[in-house]
Design a protein around this ligand. Structure first.
Ligand code: X2X
Length: 340
């Protein structure tokens, strides 16, 4: 064999090896996993469960470290998806709200009053809509593995009880994510302002903003009742799922066996995380609501007529964003919910 042929053969062999499972020595000593809140929150617990399962099941080949507070992007949670795509972040358990600036279809979950109950959320994420969303995330350059849940987002404020849209008039409310939130709260007569969660907490404490919207686990976990957020309205207007993802290059660097382990661990962690996220906020188990009321918070549930008033006033926003998200996808979601 001539020298040139030898090199050719070696290159071919290298190409074959390149396609074969990566060797453990190519693995990073640590994989950085991003989340927005801390590990004591249901969201963070999902990340911890995933990390621990992966470490155990790979015998330490894949070692994940959780970075709370979106610290890998200096708290700027709407830049998280881009950072995952670019490899600044290796893995994440992220909210659809924070990634919707990059994957506009994720705004679907923020359409006001789309999902009336948990069965509706399940019908979307565990059904055809969920599959479609995963394809879109994959196309955007990130590998999605499993769904989790942040939860139904409820409204709190420091001024007075909110029962009707009129009660929100002029209130300065912190929102995050896409302009859809600005549209929704403007339609409701409020004065929405966009800021990261890191900035929101001091803004609530100083009174720079009057209120915010977040799942009850975040409201209690962040002790928002200690910063004057004494009025809480349960309106279930949107819920944000969480998605377990991996950077594509990192994913490709793992052996097939390890990819299977990471995917299965994400599915297992997601399932457990959703159970944790729904604890204490159902009619069967209202323990979290009781805890909140125990802090002197006025907790308001809407009458059917009041609920209808909120739905009606936000309907033009729904219609506008249905077009921006894609009518086919929203139609599929509506159908999935109707057939749940
Ligand atoms: O910033 C928020 O409101 C939070 C913590 O719920 C998200 O990351 C979407």
């Amino acid at each position: 064999m001539k020298f040139r042929n030898l090199i050719g053969a070696a290159l071919c062999a290298a190409a074959v090896v390149g396609m074969a499972p990566a060797h453990a020595q190519n693995y990073k000593p640590e994989y950085k996993l991003s989340i927005v809140v801390g590990t004591t929150f249901p969201w963070g617990q999902g990340a911890e469960i995933w990390s621990n399962l992966v470490r155990e099941r790979t015998q330490g080949r894949i070692n994940i470290k959780v970075y709370p507070g979106t610290s890998l992007v200096q708290g700027d949670q709407t830049r998280e998806f881009t950072a995952i795509r670019q490899g600044v972040i290796d893995m994440a358990v992220g909210s659809t709200i924070n990634w919707s600036p990059q994957v506009k279809q994720l705004n679907l979950f923020s359409l006001p009053f789309l999902m009336p109950d948990y069965a509706a959320i399940d019908a979307l994420v565990q059904g055809d809509v969920g599959k479609e969303m995963f394809k879109l995330i994959e196309k955007a350059g990130v590998v999605p593995l499993a769904w989790g849940e942040n939860g139904y987002r409820q409204l709190s404020n420091s001024k007075h009880e909110i029962k009707k849209p009129e009660d929100m008039k002029g209130q300065k409310l912190r929102v995050v994510g896409s302009p859809l939130y600005i549209d929704t709260f403007t339609a409701l007569g409020a004065n929405p302002t966009q800021m990261s969660w890191a900035d929101a907490q001091p803004a609530l404490a100083s009174g720079a903003v009057d209120g915010q919207e977040n799942p009850l686990s975040i409201y209690t976990g962040s002790k928002l009742y200690t910063v004057g957020q004494k009025y809480l309205t349960l309106w279930n207007y949107v819920a944000d799922p969480l998605i377990f993802v991996v950077n594509r290059e990192v994913w490709n660097s793992w052996s097939e066996k390890d990819r299977d382990i990471v995917r299965q661990a994400a599915l297992d962690a997601g399932k457990q995380q959703i159970v944790i996220a729904r604890k204490g906020v159902t009619p069967e188990d209202p323990s979290l609501l009781k805890e909140i009321a125990g802090h002197g918070v006025t907790v308001t549930a809407l009458s059917p007529a009041d609920h209808e008033a909120f739905v009606k006033i936000t309907k033009p926003v729904y219609d506008k964003w249905k077009k921006q998200i894609g009518e086919d996808l929203v139609n599929l979601a509506e159908k999935s919910i109707a057939n749940r």
